[in-house]
Design a protein around this ligand. Sequence first.
Ligand code: ATP
Length: 140
Amino acid sequence: MPPQKPITVEICAIDRASYRLEAHEVLLPGELGLFAVLPGHAPLVATLDIGTVRVRLTSGETKLFAINGGLVRVFQDEVLVLSRTAEGPSDIDVERAQASRERAQGRLSGSLDDIDTIRAHAALRRAVARLDAAGASAHA
Ligand code: ATP
């Protein structure tokens, strides 16, 4: 069997250098649900949700990145993710994400107006995605 052609994955946020990786598969948190991109995928532009991008590298390792929504473009075996924020496992401050999760949970357990509830839910989901990407989702 010929070697599998890799796909190039670029994950760009507003405020940090882009991540660039060679991969065999990428799993993305689409607004309409999780979807996978493999080599030879049809061209695509889709909106993304808060969540975790899972990149199965050509080395066999899987790397996770937390993103805060955005867009993905797939074209000619290149996957370009544009998000407001994106962090890889080594860039995630686990204590900060845990504190953020607790703050949001505390807010949601109190009485909030609709706007605050939406904000607290989004903050909670960002924190959970960061803990997931850091492999720390089970930590207290
Ligand atoms: P916090 O309440 O801790 O500020 P947040 O979800 O409100 O979290 P964002 O507004 O999404 O934070 O991000 C602001 C900046 O801080 C971005 O550059 C983002 O990459 C960075 N950031 C947020 N949380 C973390 C974290 N736990 N580890 C590393 N960087 C983080």
